[in-house]
Design a binder for this molecule. Structure first.
Ligand code: FMN
Length: 186
């Protein structure tokens, strides 16, 4: 079992990183392998919205502008057995780095034929400011999963006041995911 942690977090310390550390630990405790992609290490641009709303991605399942790191990250998502999407909450949404990737990936891999279809995905949102916006951020990632056919394994929302009891929850969820527990409708 190989679990890909796809992170929108630009910071190497702080609340979101502390939750991500628990996720890595949970996967390790399950005896599985993890790799982490920090999207802030890439310069993945927003979708160019080719043509009149659809580009060649609709038929080729490849982004025409994938050389900015998009294709590389997409290939690593495709080769993972399970995925964790983890992000700080910005404006009640995912970090823009993650949003840019998810927007383009969805266009290339939507529906039951996509590489995420049937694959379990754990969604984690960390709201370190007011604590507002967890629900809309998770909902945004939830919608991405529905469009790509990914199976939502679980949703974890964390803020500064819940972190002490949510970090162990994130760890347990990651361990269950990496153990191969089946949830949802494939
Ligand atoms: C542009 C921007 C927008 C943010 N919007 C929210 C928000 O809607 N809700 C919230 O609780 N925190 C918000 N935050 C705070 C982040 O969720 C996060 O806590 C902060 O970037 C610090 O990261 P850390 O908590 O991982 O240390 C925002 C931060 C930034 C930079």
């Amino acid at each position: 079992m190989k679990v890909l942690i796809l992170s929108g977090n630009p910071k190497k310390t702080g609340l979101c990183e502390s939750v991500t550390a628990e996720i890595r630990q949970g996967i390790t405790e399950a005896g599985a392998k993890w790799e982490e992609i920090r999207l802030s290490d890439y310069g993945i641009e927003r979708c160019h919205v080719c043509g009149e709303g659809w580009g060649t991605c609709r038929s080729t399942h490849v982004c025409a502008f994938g050389e900015d790191g998009f294709t590389e990250v997409s290939d690593r998502v495709a080769s993972a057995d399970a995925v964790v999407l983890v992000t700080p909450v910005y404006w009640g949404e995912t970090a823009e780095t993650l949003k840019s990737f998810l927007d383009r990936f969805r266009r290339c891999q939507f529906g039951s034929e996509g590489v995420l279809s049937g694959k379990p995905v754990l969604l984690v949102a960390s709201a370190g400011g007011t604590g507002n916006g967890v629900l809309t951020c998770l909902e945004q990632m939830d919608r991405f999963c529905r469009h790509t056919g990914a199976v939502i394994f679980d949703l974890v929302g964390v803020n500064r006041w819940s972190a002490d009891y949510k970090r162990p929850l994130a760890r347990a969820a990651a361990e269950a995911l990496a153990s191969g527990r089946k949830t949802g409708t494939p």
